[in-house]
Design a protein around this ligand. Structure first.
Ligand code: SAM
Length: 88
């Protein structure tokens, strides 16, 4: 089964504390207004990127890059799973 994983400022589970699976659909909201309540409720998981106040949200492209990077890292998609400093 594929899961709809929503990145939203209105969540409590940090995106780094979630276990991603192959086939997960990662969804971000509109820059201006996020997603409608119906989409929020329909998601299988809702994740947040914790921010220090007074910051309230990130640019949507930055937020998308962060969740894709974390999901890729967890699923072994980064080269050898090593930090750059270990390869050189
Ligand atoms: C600029 S934000 C939308 C701000 C909107 N006022 C809201 O509260 O939903 C655009 C999208 O980026 C993602 N996003 C930005 N910052 C985020 C954060 N700290 N945690 C989770 N998602 C974030 C979400 O998908 C959000 O819908």
């Amino acid at each position: 089964m594929r899961r709809l994983v929503l990145l939203t400022t209105k969540a409590s589970l940090p995106y780094t504390a979630f276990s991603y699976l192959p086939g997960d659909i990662l969804l971000v909201g509109r820059e201006s207004a996020g997603v409608p309540a119906t989409v929020h409720e329909a998601a299988d998981a809702r994740l947040v990127i914790p921010l220090k106040r007074p910051m309230q949200s990130l640019n949507v492209a930055v937020a998308a890059a962060m969740i894709v990077g974390e999901a890729t890292r967890q699923l072994g998609g980064l080269p050898h799973g090593q930090a750059a400093s270990e390869r050189w």
